[in-house]
Design a protein around this ligand. Structure first.
Ligand SMILES: C[S@@+](CC[C@H](N)C(=O)[O-])C[C@H]1O[C@@H](n2cnc3c(N)ncnc32)[C@H](O)[C@@H]1O
Length: 213
């Protein structure tokens, strides 16, 4: 945890309930150890969506569809969401969750490897949520910039690696070193890419919010 645990508990204690369907799907996801966006990230996303009012959202990393459903509830009624997932076991659960929420006509799930799918997309998006394999963010970046509209918002989740990001490469467990160096490179590129303006926020597991100039 990168923020003091008591502070997170305090902030989360102020949260109001989500809709019944979101509460149910969140509970089911947590019970089955499916990683979904944390409470503090949920309210951050709700505010961003209320400000940006996106009409075409792209999500990389559906899991069981929790964040796609949350975004669908807090984006304008006419907003369409495209979400990408490659894990076969999660795909039918996500589809069933979209059906349970009555959102099948608003959310399209693209099945397969995110990089391959991103390369084939042509539409522009005014909000992109990056929440898949952290080591791949750097590879998704050129495609994501290409697909993001000017004035669009890119949200990249889990960018501070539970605090490991500030440690030297050698202080990080060997199995996490590749992610560590790729995530550092990704954050550097987000901050130095001419087309983007980015802020890195120590919220949840770290979030980077960028806009395309
Ligand atoms: C953190 S979870 C997404 C959680 C979801 N956004 C939510 O908050 O409800 C990340 C998901 O990305 C998927 N993923 C990882 N690598 C991927 C890839 N290369 N292509 C497509 N999906 C991928 C994983 O299978 C996993 O379900």
């Amino acid at each position: 945890m990168i923020v003091d645990e008591r502070m997170v508990t305090f902030i989360n204690s102020l949260e109001t309930e989500n809709s019944e369907i979101l509460e149910t799907i969140e509970k089911e996801a947590l019970e089955t150890f499916v990683p979904i966006i944390r409470k503090e990230m949920q309210s951050f996303m709700k505010v961003l969506l209320a400000i940006q009012k996106p009409l075409n959202i792209l999500e990389v990393g559906t899991a069981v569809g929790f964040s796609a459903l949350l975004m669908s509830e807090y984006a304008p009624e006419e907003c369409r969401i495209t979400t990408i997932e490659k894990y076969e076991k999660r795909i039918p659960i996500a589809k069933e969750n979209f059906r349970r929420a009555g959102k099948e006509d608003k959310i399209t799930l693209l099945e397969g490897d995110a990089l391959e799918i991103l390369k084939g997309l042509e539409e522009k998006y005014d909000f992109i949520f990056m929440d898949a394999a952290k080591a791949q963010y750097i590879n998704y970046m050129p495609e994501v910039i290409r697909l993001l509209e000017k004035g669009g918002v890119l949200v990249s989740d889990n960018v501070l690696q539970d605090g490991d990001i500030i440690e030297s490469r050698f202080a990080v467990e060997r199995r996490n070193r590749t992610i560590h160096s790729r995530m550092r490179e990704y954050l550097y590129r987000l901050k130095h890419e001419e087309q983007l303006l980015t802020s890195i926020i120590p919220l949840g597991d770290g979030v980077a919010i960028s806009t395309k100039k």
